[in-house]
Unconditional design. Structure first.
Length: 426
């Protein structure tokens, strides 16, 4: 049988569309726990509860940090529970969390609601489907991770416009009741069918061994799994601490912070909110294009080799946000910002699978993902404090650009110059 690496992308999609659709819907409905979605209600939440930018950001940080600590333990379920069952459990959890958020009436219920949304949405929804993609595919892992992540890009394109329009007619709490009901009713019943094994899933999945009748034979040129490394061994890899965690944390910090404070940033740029949100279509299109680009490059060159270069999008996007003065250049910022988000997630997930294997990928990602969640917890608070202290867009831009620059330099030194692209535990 033809190795997955050698088939055309169109043939791959025709064969694997069901599992790709599963990933798309998982990533779409993870939007409930993503910062870009929650921040759309920041004005209403702060007004109802009487919170400043810094206070809201601080509560957001506390709740998100607690969710990161929980994910460190909960993420290991991806190694022991089947994909359909864990997906259904997680989908139910994020929908219940969203419905609870409609009842927020004070600081305590706000923190609890954010905790549930961040844990189930940003944490487990993404963790479950991306771990499954990393396990089930080897030769086409990059493309699988890229295509399955389109759901979040779709959500980033449509939800801001829909929410802003809906807020003009109905109470914000009602939105948090309607959407999760629609999400669960439309997705949960089809999860088992979408998760069935298909012929080009050349990875072993959660269970070993897998029947040869399910997995195609891959020739010697196709990539093979790395040694099956456990989480305690990963802790001894200097590259994990010097490079990988920053590849996860810095984009998470920058993107989350800009999304969380987007309404304030739009005011600083003197852009009406409707005009700002209209640019999300360019963000989504660029994110999809960036994900496809990184997926193809991963399958051709490896995630290690391209990790440094894809960081350039984020640095240029930050510079463009500072310089943009007209609607055209603002749209250019959204294109670059979207591309930076699109290229990164396939790279990070493929990098972990390439370096540490897939048998214990769930527990390894449960070590790495909370660090990413923690960075996304920190940025709303840090940037909120800076805003409350009088820092303008210039101060924010300098800090974010310096962080993005670090993420270009470090992987280039370790992966491209020093060629530290494998790990053998001692």
């Amino acid at each position: 049988m033809t190795p997955a690496r050698q088939i055309a992308t169109s043939a791959f999609i025709r064969s694997e569309w069901r599992f790709m659709l599963y990933g798309i819907l998982m990533s779409l409905w993870s939007s409930f726990g993503q910062t870009f979605f929650i921040s759309l209600f920041s004005y209403e939440i702060r007004s109802d509860l009487g919170l400043s930018h810094g206070a809201f950001g601080s509560y957001y940080a506390i709740a998100t940090t607690l969710s990161a600590c929980t994910l460190f333990w909960l993420g290991k379920l991806a190694d022991s529970v089947s994909v359909p069952r864990l997906s259904l459990m997680t989908m139910g959890a994020v929908c219940l969390a969203a419905m609870h958020f409609s009842t927020v009436s004070g600081v305590a219920s706000l923190c609890f609601g954010i905790y549930l949304l961040r844990l189930s949405g940003q944490g487990m929804m993404y963790h479950v489907f991306s771990t499954a993609m990393g396990r089930r595919y080897q030769a086409a892992r990059g493309r699988a991770l890229a295509f399955s992540g389109f759901g979040m890009n779709i959500g980033e394109a449509i939800f801001p416009v829909l929410v802003i329009l809906a807020l003009g007619f109905i109470d914000w709490r009602l939105i948090w009741l309607i959407l999760p009901v629609l999400a669960f009713a439309s997705f949960a019943p089809v999860i088992p069918a979408l998760c069935q094994r298909t012929k080009y899933q050349d990875g072993p999945g959660r269970d070993r061994p897998v029947s040869d009748s399910v997995i195609p034979q891959i020739d010697d040129s196709a990539p093979t799994d790395m040694p099956e490394i456990r989480r305690y061994q990963v802790k001894g890899d200097i590259i994990f601490w010097a490079v990988i965690i920053w590849l996860m944390m810095i984009p998470g910090f920058v993107i989350t912070g800009l999304f969380f404070h987007q309404i304030h940033i739009a005011q600083l740029k003197e852009v009406p909110l409707w005009a700002w949100s209209a640019n999300y279509i360019w963000y989504a299109i660029a994110a999809i294009g960036g994900a496809v680009l990184s997926g193809i490059m991963i399958d051709r060159f490896s995630a290690h080799k391209i990790a440094s270069f894809v960081q350039i999008f984020l640095l240029v996007a930050i510079i463009m946000l500072y310089l943009a003065e007209t609607p055209f250049w603002l749209a250019v910022f959204f294109v670059l910002f979207g591309a930076s988000g699109g290229v990164m997630q396939p790279v990070i997930n493929a990098l972990l699978a390439e370096r540490y294997g897939t048998r214990w990928l769930g527990e390894i990602k449960a070590l790495a993902s909370p660090l990413n969640v923690f960075s996304s917890a920190l940025s709303p608070a840090v940037m909120g404090w800076m805003i409350d202290s009088g820092f303008g867009l210039d101060g924010l831009s300098v800090m974010l650009a310096a962080m993005a620059g670090i993420n270009i330099i470090m992987p280039f030194i370790w992966f491209n110059l020093l060629d530290r692209t494998s790990f053998t535990p001692k």
